[in-house]
Design a protein. Sequence first.
Lengths: 408, 408
Amino acid sequence: MAVTRRTSRDIRSESRLDVLHALLAAGEASRGDLAAETGLSNATVATVVSDLLEGGIVTEARLTSGRIGRPTTTLRLNGNRGRIVGVDVAETYVRATVFDSALDELFSAEVATDEHDRDPDSVIDGIVRALDTALEGAHATRDEVLGLGISLPGGMQRWAEVSLVVPNPTWHHVDRLRERIDLPIVVDNPLKAIATAELWFGEGRRHKSMITVNLGTGVGAGIVLEGTILRGAQNYAGEWGHSLLAIDGRRCRCGRNGCVEAYVGAAGIQQTLAAIAPEHRLASEHMQREFIEALAAALAPPAPDPAVTETIERTARYLGSAIADLVAIVNPEMITLTGWTAWALGDHLVPAVRRRVMREAPGDAAADLPIEVSTVRGNSVATGIATIALERFLGDVGLVTTRVPTAL
Amino acid sequence: MAVTRRTSRDIRSESRLDVLHALLAAGEASRGDLAAETGLSNATVATVVSDLLEGGIVTEARLTSGRIGRPTTTLRLNGNRGRIVGVDVAETYVRATVFDSALDELFSAEVATDEHDRDPDSVIDGIVRALDTALEGAHATRDEVLGLGISLPGGMQRWAEVSLVVPNPTWHHVDRLRERIDLPIVVDNPLKAIATAELWFGEGRRHKSMITVNLGTGVGAGIVLEGTILRGAQNYAGEWGHSLLAIDGRRCRCGRNGCVEAYVGAAGIQQTLAAIAPEHRLASEHMQREFIEALAAALAPPAPDPAVTETIERTARYLGSAIADLVAIVNPEMITLTGWTAWALGDHLVPAVRRRVMREAPGDAAADLPIEVSTVRGNSVATGIATIALERFLGDVGLVTTRVPTAL
């Protein structure tokens, strides 16, 4: 049978992950708290905690005494086990973030990259420079690094004959990357990274099925079902940004016409503004993030820019319709929005998006569906890919079985 | 934690289902064959078979002697355990099919319904009449019925203010249905039924993630992930027929504009023909199934009808684009097409659909993606909903734990 079989080893692994998630959420907790939070028995929690203590993943925090009974030892993640690095390779920058082994952020370094330079060695150089700068800032050495996660927009590989997305060639040159950086590397794409960040740090702790929508240059969806990230047969699942909003619609950089991204990606929003007010000063802003932030500024009272207001209304309509499609196909319990467009424009977009989704999703599928800007802040791609690297490390030391492999 | 926890009881239940699936596929098999087919150990198969024999679900077929060693007992599903009935409530008919407990079809009866009569009692009357006629034809009594599965297009409930889909009110009158029919009833929607049929009788046995696209009056997708049907938070998952192909496009009967169904549902295909050749005789054919079958006839050599040829080309383009969206979001291993449009027009549609999906799906997600007309024939909705009723019966007698409940 093709279906993956769960074993009791997987169940142990899941219990360990549940305890780690609960500990990450609480910061500090007793074994009793962990049992209450995870629904695991006291005996299971005791065994799991013992495994995690032995592996140096968890440490005893302090002895607390309640009003009655014996004092209790609280536990927390062990930040001194080593360092984890998450690298977000984006269209216009490479950002490396060093975390301690409790996933607390220590230092971040960003290297600008030239989006017209598609030479894989340049991308690899950018990764190495960002990594070394971030490690230096965190007073850490490569020896201390337990895992290095690298996020590349890999869903785009071989999409078009010549891709407009910089990092594609890197996928084919990951061996060269490993030669340059002799560390345990995992490579995955940003959708899987943001879904992982949401799963560990955001709404994923409260909802078993959930979608995180990423809005920036690229657009996509991190889909979590039954607590597990949906990857699909070749790790393409979630490429909703390249599903249709309008057959024969706007040209998308992926080569298809009418994709969701061509309407709600940063360049798409700019195209909407240009259609409303061709002479608008922001219609020719060259930097995408600056464009999005300028839109937010232009909406401020007392005199919000009418062309920008109209742009936001149309964008909310496009986004709401496209999210209603996700609801029709996947019917999640919760949707969060992330990425710099969501952070800058979320307050302006969300109420109208909610109304649209409610109207267009099938039946009452959206009646009680929360749609919110994600509470995971900072660079959620870096956080998520670092978490994937930590999960891989936990797998390498035998504490976790990963049923679904990362991309590379 | 919101995530459902797997227990060793679930694992036993999965082993039993695996053995039943394998037995259903093979017809007759020895314990050794079942171990080889399922990947379960000989000891597990022996225990599972003993449970199923004791429950009367499986029976010993005969003693076969190989060339060497002791003779072997083969097993098969026990068709005499009782009867299972599957009822497909569609827009224009109610069809009840009686199966034996090995899911072999015994007798089918169809009752025409008036699609303008939305009185729930009329729908319930139709169900009762079809049920009784089918039981009579199968020489069976109600006492022998282990389970009755009823498929209603429930995804449409409360969709529009006044729905155009007949059976909606029935959902709210399921108690009245239970009063009229004192049998163990399960109600679910056709997408879940076709996915179940594919899982037990079709490609689901070979692929862990798979989508079955239903093409008829309604359009939708049965999504199977990791061997489990995706239901979503409120059982709406798979309502891809009501995701957008074209924002602000054709009016859909669900109330939204531009839905996939408005282009590739039977009425949508007719609208395409009417756009190409408004005076075409088939553009005014009132019966949808007759219309689809007449299209197939009109494509026959030596002189295929040019307007119909053009209609098929456009429909393949719409369907291919919409399936590429499913691939972008879910990235399945396999796609099958079912429903009477697929059976009548599949040979004409599939090659062009495949080309379109290959071109429009992200990266190489569709490079090796099989897209085929489903091998599950007959009424796959009735077969699937009967299978759901059988699963429910297996649950009631304690042989299977159903983690994801049926709709009602």
